[in-house]
Design a protein around this ligand. Structure first.
Ligand code: PLP
Length: 372
C-alpha cells in the first residue's frame, strides 16, 4: 500500500491539474456585505447572510445577553443537560414562521438532514430525490440504507416515472427536494410534488436553506432548513407536526449524540427570526437586488437571491472570479463536484445590503468580459 502522504500528494496534484483544488482563504466579514482578505477589501456576492442579520446590533445584543446569562457552551446533548430555556422560544418562532405545529433545532442544516432522513426511511424503503439536491441530503440518504433514485432537476414527469417504476417494490417512500436550489437559484414545484407524493403514497421533504428570510414556498410535510444563511447565525432545524418532532427526538442520532448549540447562538437565531417575521420590507430586498442584476444581464427575473452565471470549465470559473476580485468584488467560483462537470460557475448571492451601483458595476464587468 502507498503511504498516506503519497496518496494525499497525488490527489492534490490531480486536483491542481484539473483546476479543482480548494483552498481556505482568510476572510473577515464586515457589516454591509464587505469582506476583508489579506491586502484587499472586497464587496461580497458570496455570502448567504442575505439580510445582513449576522451584524445586526439587535441580534448581537441578544447573543451578548445569553452569554452573560448562560455562558459559552451547552455542556451536553440537549437530551442530557444542554436544553437551555432559549431553545423553547427559538423552536416556537420557527414553527410560527413555518406554519407548523412544532420545530426541532439541530447543530446545523447538514446535521438536520443527517438526523431527519435516516429517521424516516431505512432498508427496504425508497428515496426519490431531485438530482441537484444538496450533498447533505444525499449523504443522509446513503446513511439511511434506503434505495436512492434520482429524477431530473425539477422535472415532474421524470419524478412521476421514477415513482411509477420503483415505488411499488418498496415499503415507505420519501421524495426530497430543495425549495430554492443552492447553486442554481431556481425554485422547486412544491405544490405539484406534494400532489405526486400523495398520489404515490409518499412523504415530501423540502430543504428550505435558501428560502427562509428571502422567499416563501408552499409547505411540505417535512421542512428542513438552516439558521446559518438569512438567519445569520448557525444551526439547523426541522419543522412539522408534533408527532414528527416527538419521533425525531427519540430517533435522530445527530440530535441525541451531539452537544446542543451554544446558548448565544440560539438567542441570536431567535432574535433574527423575530426580525424576519416582523420586517417584510427587509425580506423583500435580496430578491429585488437579484432582479436588478438579472435585468442588467438581460435575463429573466431572478426567482431567489441566487443567480448563477455558468461559464463551463473550472479554469474559466477561476479566471472569471480572479478578474472580478481585481476589480474589488468577491464572487467565489463554484466547481465540480459542487456542480455537475462542465457547469462551473460564478454564483452571485444578493443581500439586502448591496447598493445599486455595486450591482450595476459587477454586472457590467461580467458582461463586458464575456462571462455572461
Ligand atoms: C440546501 C442546503 N442544505 C443544507 C445546507 C447545510 O446547512 P448548514 O450550513 O447549516 O450546515 C446548505 C448549505 O450549507 C444548503 O445549501
Amino acid at each position: 500500500m502507498p503511504s498516506l502522504d503519497d496518496v494525499a500528494t497525488a490527489r492534490l496534484a490531480r486536483a491542481r491539474d484539473e483546476h479543482l483544488l480548494r483552498v481556505l482563504r482568510k476572510s473577515t466579514r464586515r457589516p454591509g456585505g464587505q469582506v476583508a482578505r489579506p491586502g484587499m477589501e472586497l464587496i461580497s456576492f458570496s455570502c448567504n447572510d442575505y439580510l445582513g442579520l449576522s451584524h445586526d446590533p439587535r441580534v448581537i445584543q441578544a447573543a451578548h445577553q445569553a452569554l452573560e446569562d448562560y455562558g459559552t457552551g451547552a455542556g451536553a446533548s440537549r437530551l442530557v443537560t444542554g436544553n437551555h430555556p432559549l431553545y423553547d422560544s427559538l423552536e416556537r418562532l420557527i414553527a410560527q414562521v413555518k406554519g407548523t405545529e412544532r420545530a426541532l433545532v439541530f447543530g446545523s442544516g447538514f446535521l438536520a438532514n443527517l438526523g431527519v432522513i435516516p429517521s424516516l426511511v431505512g432498508p427496504g424503503d425508497l428515496i426519490v430525490a431531485d438530482r441537484l439536491c444538496h450533498a447533505s441530503m444525499f449523504d443522509a440518504a446513503r446513511m439511511s440504507r434506503a434505495v436512492l433514485a434520482t429524477f431530473e432537476h425539477n422535472d415532474l414527469a421524470d419524478c412521476a416515472r421514477v415513482l411509477e417504476t420503483k415505488r411499488p417494490r418498496h415499503g415507505r417512500c420519501l421524495i426530497m427536494t430543495e425549495t430554492v436550489f443552492s447553486m442554481d437559484g431556481d425554485r422547486a414545484p412544491i405544490v405539484e410534488l406534494a400532489t405526486l407524493a400523495s398520489e404515490h403514497d409518499a412523504w415530501l421533504l423540502t430543504d428550505d436553506a435558501h428560502g427562509l428570510g428571502v422567499c416563501s414556498s408552499a409547505a411540505a410535510e417535512i421542512q428542513v432548513g438552516t439558521l446559518s444563511k438569512a438567519v445569520g447565525g448557525y444551526g439547523g432545524y426541522v419543522a412539522g407536526s408534533a408527532a414528527l418532532i416527538e419521533m425525531l427526538i427519540q430517533k435522530a442520532h445527530t440530535l441525541i449524540y451531539t452537544t446542543g448549540l451554544p446558548p448565544a447562538t440560539v438567542a441570536a437565531a431567535a432574535r433574527a427570526i423575530e426580525i424576519i417575521r416582523d420586517e417584510p420590507n427587509l425580506v423583500e430586498k435580496p430578491i429585488a437586488n437579484a432582479r436588478a442584476f438579472t435585468e442588467h444581464l438581460r435575463r429573466p427575473p431572478a426567482s431567489s437571491a441566487i443567480v448563477p452565471v455558468v461559464v463551463g470549465s473550472a479554469e474559466r470559473a477561476l479566471e472569471a472570479s480572479a478578474f472580478l476580485e481585481e476589480h474589488g468584488f468577491l464572487v467565489t467560483p463554484i466547481r465540480p463536484p459542487s456542480v455537475p462537470p462542465g457547469t462551473a460557475r460564478l454564483r452571485f448571492a444578493f443581500s439586502a445590503s448591496h447598493h445599486p451601483e455595486s450591482i450595476a458595476r459587477v454586472a457590467a464587468l461580467t458582461v463586458d468580459r464575456g462571462f455572461a
